[in-house]
Each structure stands twice: as C-alpha cells, then as structure tokens.
Design a protein around this ligand. Structure first.
Ligand SMILES: *[C@@H]1O[C@H](CO)[C@@H](O)[C@H](O)[C@H]1NC(C)=O
Length: 279
C-alpha cells in the first residue's frame, strides 16, 4: 500500500497518475498539456445512473464538467481558473405539447473562488481504476442561492472569459451574473460595458416570483436550480517516509463533492420560466 488514506480508502479508486509514478508513463507524457477527458458513472438523486464527463485542459487552465439529468437537461460547468470565472449552462428540453421550442439555454456566470474545485493540472492527471463503478459524492456541500441581478452581453462576454463565446452560444439572450461578482471583475480591470443591471423588485414593486404569477406575459423572478452531482473538490495528501525516516507528503487522490445551486433571475415574461410552477 502506498499510504494510509482516510475516508474509507477512496483514494484507492482514484489516483493521480503522474503524481504517483516517479517516471511518467508514456501515455501520461503524451497527454500532458493536451485536453484530457475522464468519464465517471454517477448516481442521481432519483436513483438513475448517468455518465458525467470531466475535461481538463491544463494549458488553458480550465475544467469542464458535463452531465445529463434524467429529464434530458444537459448541465455544464466550465471553470476558467485564469479569469476566476465559472460558467454554468443548462440546456433544458422544451415540452413540445406546450408549444415550446426544442430547448431553452441558460448561462449563469459567477466568480470562481480558490479551492472550490481541484486545479486543472491535477484534474488532467486523474484516472480511475474501475470505470464501471457507480459513484456518489463523499461530501454534500450546502445549496447556494444566487441572485443573478445583472445581464451579460454575449458579444462582449469574451473579455470576461473566452469560454463564454462557446459555452453560452445558445443562451445569447440569457446570460446572467451578480453585481457582487461584477465588482470583483471590474477591480481586476474587466470592461464594465458588457454588464447591464436588470430590473429589481425595488424598481418594480409588482415584480413577483414566476411561480406565484398567473399571467404568462408579465415579468417576474424566475428560479432555476441545478446540481453538480460529483466533482473533485479537494486533493488528498498522503505521507511517505524515506529511508532516513524523513516524512513528506504528496498528492495521492481526491475528495469528491456534490453541490446544488439555485439561481434567481429576472425574465420579461413568465412564459420564459415555465418549469418554475407551483406544484
Ligand atoms: C451588446 O454589445 C453589442 C456590441 O457593442 C451591441 O451592438 C449590442 O446592442 C449589445 N446588446 C445588448 C442586448 O445590449
């Protein structure tokens, strides 16, 4: 055994290749710097199993996670470490019998904090011993409520993160962020003209939550919740002792987390928010 890991020996199931082997293996060397992809089977809260894709590009310093929910919705999270930006995208299938177009796309852009997710370089080295294993996160992180009170102009969004152009292409009219994140980016020198503050309840006293609003044509505050079911949120360190008895620690695996997010944002008409209904 290489180390005595905590957490039920889960370090055994995931390991960081090049970090474990002193000599890089040929296929690891070939992959370094290039984008890598890991596919993980994950159990959803309803019991269904889905495949999650985790892509890392250490050159571009970004990570993308993607999973499809049981209802067909495709959830994507792109973490841009360089720009300290994370982008959530939801592609929601429409209900054709309700006259909705094929899908609706939403993009939520918010600040990426340090240590929310493991670095792209470690993610790119992640391998699993048994790809058939169905995984559940070791840690459930608290649901985060975000009030998305600012719209982002798609054509200018590349100045915030070059990934917005690709990830949010289907959501050109529905890219949202928060004033507090905007403040942080403005201090970093990002151009403020891409941001537009959306109407607030204080400007429109009749602005209600969409689920309480009966009129399809009225503006309201829509809610959309999503969950990243499984992601490597922390590196695990193991200790080793050399011949002289000196103890050192090295990266030997990951801790996995699950986290839910709930986004509130303004829509000019309730019909853009039909999933948010009282049930
Ligand atoms: C976004 O920015 C472009 C380029 O400046 C501008 O032409 C366009 O009108 C803006 N879109 C919105 C919705 O403000």
């Amino acid at each position: 055994m290489l180390c005595q890991g905590g957490g039920g020996g889960s370090w055994l199931r995931f390991f960081l290749t090049a970090l474990l082997w002193p000599q890089p293996l040929p296929w690891v060397a070939a992959a370094s710097g290039a984008p890598s992809e890991l596919r993980v089977r994950v159990r959803l809260p309803d019991g269904q199993v889905t495949e999650e894709s985790l892509q890392a590009d250490s050159g571009a310093d970004c990570v993308t996670l993607e999973l499809r929910k049981g209802d067909g919705t495709l959830i994507t999270l792109t973490a841009d470490f360089k720009q300290e930006v994370k982008i959530f995208r939801a592609l929601i299938l429409g209900e054709l019998e309700r006259g909705q177009s094929q899908f609706q796309a939403l993009c939520f852009v918010t600040r990426l904090h340090r240590n929310e997710i493991i670095p792209s370089e470690s993610m790119a080295k992640l391998r699993q011993k048994n790809p058939r294993t169905v995984r559940q996160a070791e840690e459930v992180r608290a649901l985060e409520h975000l009030s998305m009170d600012v719209a982002v102009n798609f054509s200018k969004g590349a100045q915030l993160s070059s990934h917005i152009h690709n990830v949010c292409a289907e959501a050109k009219e529905a890219i949202y962020t928060r004033e507090e994140d905007v403040k942080f980016w403005l201090e970093k020198g990002v151009d403020g003209s891409m941001f537009e503050v959306l109407p607030q309840s204080s400007d429109l006293p009749n602005l209600q939550r969409c689920r309480l609003c009966a009129d399809r044509w009225r503006p309201c505050i829509c809610s959309y919740a999503l969950s990243i079911e499984w992601y490597p949120c922390m590196l695990k360190y193991c200790k080793s002792r050399d011949a002289a008895g000196k103890v050192s620690s090295y990266k030997c695996g990951i801790r996995s987390c699950q986290k839910g997010y709930s986004f509130d944002y303004y829509v000019p008409q309730k019909q853009l928010c039909l999933w948010d209904e009282e049930t």
